[in-house]
Each structure stands twice: as structure tokens, then as C-alpha cells.
Design a protein around this ligand. Structure first.
Ligand SMILES: Nc1ncnc2c1ncn2[C@@H]1O[C@H](COP(=O)(O)OP(=O)(O)OP(=O)(O)O)[C@@H](O)[C@H]1O
Ligand SMILES: [Mg+2]
Length: 251
């Protein structure tokens, strides 16, 4: 018997129309610029979802294996996260099978590498319900992300109006000029600017412990609060996805 997350039927003779009941919610964290906070965002989001009793998979596309390393450090008493090391070769199974989350997975978080080739990653991006772009407050990062966003729109053909892309300021020090420049820039994009995460050692400590900041003792309330707009934005996207009828036809 097919369970909902396995059912994905193409309706023959109906052009592009699909009959689907895929119940995963997929979030990709991307930015071609190295060190912008992709892995930090991916691991914290995965740990948040799994600590909410949602069955969560973390797909690591980066050959540095940082998310994989984080999962390997995760303490046994923390909620389980399925790791899919997508950067490795599939052995004895098809690539599709290798990348497949376990049955009944509810949330899938994708960590991507720096220098991402948007054209090659187009399909993975198009399968995502949300695409988050963390950006650092620096002139070089602002310059690079402007090009990267153009690539996402043009090469991956993701339209702003779909409401799937959002940007996040990471490692912010609010009173600095360069942060103010970043804020101005992010607000000028026609893309939701949904959160500002502080530059704090909390993220470094959590990462070392294989945890997210939500799971850390004595975490600063400000840092937990800074995630709320991001989590609310994702929740709204989840609502858009899951409130659709279970069986629907796309034209
Ligand atoms: N908000 C933050 N506050 C303090 N340190 C942070 C913050 N975000 C990320 N870092 C640190 O910055 C470094 C780079 O972050 P991270 O590895 O998440 O970036 P990345 O985009 O995944 O990098 P890469 O492109 O190499 O994969 C890490 O050491 C991480 O702990
Ligand atoms: Mg990384």
C-alpha cells in the first residue's frame, strides 16, 4: 500500500499535470559565498524541527561535510535527525534512492556548498518549498549575494512572486555601519527579509556540541527571539503547502 509521502503520480496524457501527496516540507539554505552561515542555519533549523517532534532529515550537499560532522557529534539524548550525505557517491543504489528521506519524514533541511552552481542545482531548488539565503554584513558579501540572487531568479527560474525565497542577515552587529548597509540592501530587494541573527558565540558552542541554540542551556533569550520571524515565515509557507487539498492537479 502506498503511504502519502510515497505517492507521486504523473497523470498520463495530462501534460505537466501531477497528482501528488508529498507531505515533506523542504527548506534549502543557499549562498554561493563561503562562510555566510549556511551550515549554521541548516543545523539550527534541523535541530529546531526535530526538537518539535517533527521527523527531520538533513541533506548535506557540501563535500566539506560540515553538517554531517555536526550530526555525528549529536548527543544521544537529543532528538534524532536523519543525515543524508548527498555529496557522497551512491553505492549499489540509485542516486534517487540514496537521496530519499526515510518514510514519514516531515521536514527536510538542505545544506549546500559554497560556489554552488545554480544551474546544476536547479532541480533540487525547484523541489523546495522555501529557499533561505543568509548574508553577512560585509561589502564583499553584499556584492556577491546580489549576483547570486540574480542567478537564482534567472538560472533556476524561481520567481519572486512564488514567495519561496527569503534573505537573512547573519552575524549582525546592529550598531555598525556595515550592518546598516546590509539592512538597507536587503530591504531594497523585492524579496522578504525575514530575520537578523546576532554574531554570538552561542552558535559556535552549539555547533561544537552537535546541537542547535534552542537545545542549549542558558541560551540568551534575544537569540531565541531572533529566530521567531524566520520560523513564522516558514510556518506560513508550510500552511500554504499543507492546506492545499491532499490530491490536486497542477496545470
Ligand atoms: N551568527 C553567528 N554568530 C557567530 N558565529 C557564527 C554565526 N553564524 C556562523 N558563525 C560561524 O561562522 C563560521 C562559518 O559559518 P558556517 O559554517 O555556518 O558558514 P557556511 O556558509 O556553511 O560556510 P561554507 O560556505 O564554508 O559551507 C562558522 O565557524 C560558524 O560557527
Ligand atoms: Mg557550510
Amino acid at each position: 500500500m502506498l503511504i502519502p509521502s510515497e505517492l507521486h503520480l504523473a497523470v498520463s496524457g495530462a501534460g505537466d499535470r501531477k497528482l501528488t501527496t508529498d507531505r515533506n516540507f523542504r527548506v534549502a539554505i543557499v549562498n554561493s559565498k563561503g562562510g555566510s552561515g549556511k551550515t549554521t542555519l541548516a543545523t539550527n533549523l534541523a535541530s529546531y524541527y526535530s526538537s518539535q517532534q517533527l521527523k527531520t532529515a538533513l541533506i548535506d550537499y557540501d563535500s566539506q561535510g560540515s553538517s554531517s560532522f555536526w550530526v555525528s557529534r549529536r548527543p544521544e539524548d537529543c532528538s534524532e535527525i536523519q543525515l543524508i550525505p548527498a555529496y557522497k557517491q551512491a553505492i549499489n543504489v540509485t542516486r534517487g534512492w540514496f537521496l530519499r528521506p526515510e518514510r514519514l519524514t516531515q521536514r527536510v533541511v538542505i545544506d549546500s556548498p559554497s560556489g554552488l552552481d545554480v544551474a546544476q542545482f536547479k532541480q533540487a531548488l525547484n523541489e523546495c518549498d522555501a529557499i533561505l539565503i543568509p548574508v553577512l554584513p560585509s561589502s564583499i558579501d553584499i556584492h556577491a549575494v546580489a549576483h547570486f540572487i540574480a542567478d537564482i531568479l534567472l538560472l533556476a527560474k524561481i520567481r519572486r512572486e512564488e514567495g519561496r525565497i527569503a534573505v537573512i542577515a547573519n552575524r549582525a552587529r546592529k550598531n555598525t555601519l556595515v550592518y546598516q548597509r546590509l539592512e538597507q540592501f536587503l530591504k531594497s530587494l523585492d524579496i522578504p527579509f525575514i530575520a537578523t541573527l546576532r554574531d554570538t558565540q552561542q552558535y559556535v558552542k552549539a555547533s561544537e556540541a552537535g546541537k542547535g541554540i534552542f537545545e542549549m542551556p542558558r541560551v540568551d533569550a534575544k537569540d531565541v527571539e531572533s529566530w521567531q520571524p524566520l520560523l513564522s515565515w516558514l510556518k506560513q509557507r508550510e500552511g500554504n503547502k499543507f492546506e492545499q487539498p491532499q490530491f490536486f492537479l497542477n496545470n
